[in-house]
Design a protein around this ligand. Structure first.
Ligand code: PXP
Length: 243
């Protein structure tokens, strides 16, 4: 089984917003990512709309042909309403605080169990697959099972940080966590700081990986290799275990 590549296009919106116009054209980039082989598009709208805007999310929905994944904090009413209106393939719940630079922790699935249970059943009743962002920690993964979520997204920043010095130690908690998640019947996604350097090793060692969402490194690589080539390079990292 090969994990799907979902391209996070937040950085494209950041670039567009820096000049206030329509360049680069976010919808065209999203459609092109799909044309070049991406199997999903991810967006992470935040209340300050500093990158993806709520309007972008509404406009993306009818043109996308692959999986649409919307990430964010469901405690923000605007996010909740948007997801229920747009009905993406998947919603990934992230416990961001307002103004946060980027996601930097997973849910405490013990403390927030009841809240997550309620919100997950709301999304599932609307026919939206659910995923929750969690650290590679067995207690958090076991707690995720109790929330009723379909999937977890493993937060991979620690893996990416440790990978250059000690790949085996870096991946170990993720391999163990994924094994437990599989035993519990949870689907496994992963994301944050995955790159051309560290992706293949992660995919090789984390069994049952269904999807990775990648933004920062992929869009940065596209400056050098072009978007089409870059997507192909990432797909190869997922497909071939000798890449
Ligand atoms: N997953 C989540 C929950 C995120 O918040 C982000 C960053 O927006 C990513 C994945 C992708 O991380 P990166 O941009 O480092 O690839």
């Amino acid at each position: 089984m090969t994990a799907k590549l979902s391209v996070n296009i937040n950085k494209i919106a950041t670039l567009r917003n820096s000049r206030g116009g329509k360049t680069p054209d976010l919808l065209k980039v999203a459609a092109d990512c799909e044309r070049y082989g991406a199997q999903g598009i991810t967006v992470h709208p935040r209340p300050d709309e500093r990158h993806i805007r709520y309007k972008d999310v509404r406009e993306l929905k009818p043109i996308l042909t692959t999986e649409f994944n919307i990430e964010g904090n469901p405690r923000e009413q605007q996010f909740l309403d948007l997801v229920l209106e747009v009905k993406p393939t998947q919603v990934t719940l992230v416990p961001d605080v307002t103004g946060q630079l980027t996601s930097d922790h997973g849910w405490d699935t013990a403390v927030h169990k009841d809240y997550l249970k309620d919100i997950i059943s709301l999304f599932k009743d609307a026919g939206i697959r659910t995923s929750i962002f969690v650290d590679a920690d067995l207690k958090m993964i076991e707690g995720a099972k109790e929330t009723g979520t379909d999937r977890i997204e493993l937060y991979t920043e620690d893996y990416a940080k440790q990978f250059p010095e000690n790949p085996a130690a870096a991946v170990r908690p993720f391999a163990i966590g994924a094994k437990r998640a599989q035993e519990l019947g949870l689907g496994i996604n992963a994301g944050h700081d995955l790159s051309l350097e560290n992706l293949n090793y992660f995919a090789q060692h984390v069994e049952g990986l269904l999807e990775v969402s990648i933004g920062h490194a992929l869009i940065s690589d596209a400056l050098y290799f072009g978007l089409e080539n870059t997507i192909q390079l990432y797909l190869r990292k997922l497909k071939s275990f000798n890449a």
